[in-house]
Design a protein around this ligand. Structure first.
Ligand code: FPP
Length: 290
């Protein structure tokens, strides 16, 4: 299984509370890539009898805090689901316009902070369908942070995982056409992965806020073996300490990638070793699988 080089960290800048949680983490087993479904801005505002846009504004403050904590602990990749392809079609026009304006504002304000934290910004999604002014700002922000060598922050914008897979399929077909047909192409998982939008490793940990038990068309191919962490906290209430709690929870999991846990593997091998014929081996196998 691929192991990621951890980025250099800037732990002095963690808050006192964050430092306590971080000190208990196994630094050798930090996830390399965390993806987050940021959910609950609207509910956060509703509970306070405030308009939804206030929730989105608070949501941006949370983005800032979480990005900084992630960069400070040396995380390599952070991917945030900022705007789904469905948001675009199903939300009132005024809310979509507000989110676009918020994004433009975020990019303008954040680039200096991203540079200070050595964060490189990139995007996944059908960016070309976004308003021209947003595309220009996105390009500017990407270019302004392109030389940073620390964490890669990917914003999923006008993103849908099924659309991504359709686009990958189209791109594979184009590649085949331009290179003498399909006979010259090895069609395997690596090929599909290499035609997806981003150039990043699969997420190790998927976090979703606001308690919904859904993956909402986010990184469907890439999260095949991700650990999933759901918190009831609404996105505007999520803090750096919550990110670190999620990492602690992740470290308590045993990742199996379709195999056995290391303890049941030992048990499995010793029971098969003792079995003297196929019948006994089958019984031992079933006992372990129970
Ligand atoms: C869900 O809240 C969140 C979103 C629509 C996207 C997240 C957007 C932000 C955090 C702000 C913009 C981000 C950047 C990077 C500028 P919701 O409205 O679905 O909440 P609800 O389910 O409670 O209604």
């Amino acid at each position: 299984m691929k192991h990621l080089q951890q980025n250099s960290s800037n732990l002095d800048e963690l808050s006192a509370k964050e430092r306590v949680i971080y000190s208990r983490l196994d630094k050798e087993r930090l996830p390399g890539h965390i993806a987050i479904i940021m959910d609950g801005n609207g509910r956060w505002a509703n509970r306070r009898h405030l308009p939804r846009f206030v929730g989105h504004r608070r949501g941006v403050q949370t983005v800032r805090g979480v990005v900084e904590t992630a960069a400070r602990i040396g995380l390599s990749y952070l991917t945030l689901y900022a705007f789904s392809a469905e948001n675009w079609k199903r939300r009132p026009k005024a809310e979509v316009e507000f989110l676009m304006q918020l994004l433009r504002q975020y990019l303008r304000q954040e680039v200096p902070r991203l540079n200070r934290n050595n964060v490189r910004l990139t995007y996944i999604g059908r960016i070309r369908e976004l308003p021209e002014s947003v595309q220009e700002r996105l390009k500017w922000a990407e270019e302004s942070t392109a030389d940073n060598t620390g964490m890669v922050l990917t914003l999923a914008l006008n993103y849908g995982a099924r659309t991504e897979i359709v686009d990958a399929l189209r791109s594979i077909i184009d590649t085949a056409r331009n290179n003498g047909g399909f006979e010259h192409l090895d069609i395997d998982e690596d090929l599909v992965s290499s035609h997806l939008y981003g150039r990043m490793p699969d997420p190790d940990l998927l976090i979703r806020t606001s308690g919904e038990l859904r993956v909402s068309n986010f990184l469907l191919w890439q999260i095949a073996y991700a650990e999933i962490y759901i918190t009831d906290k609404l996105w505007p209430d999520f803090e750096g300490t919550d990110l670190l709690h999620a990492i602690a929870d992740y470290q308590g999991r045993e990742r199996r990638y379709g195999g056995l846990t290391s303890s049941s593997n030992e048990q499995h091998e010793s029971s098969l070793g003792n079995a003297s014929d196929d019948g006994e081996a089958a019984i031992a196998f079933l006992a372990v699988r129970k």
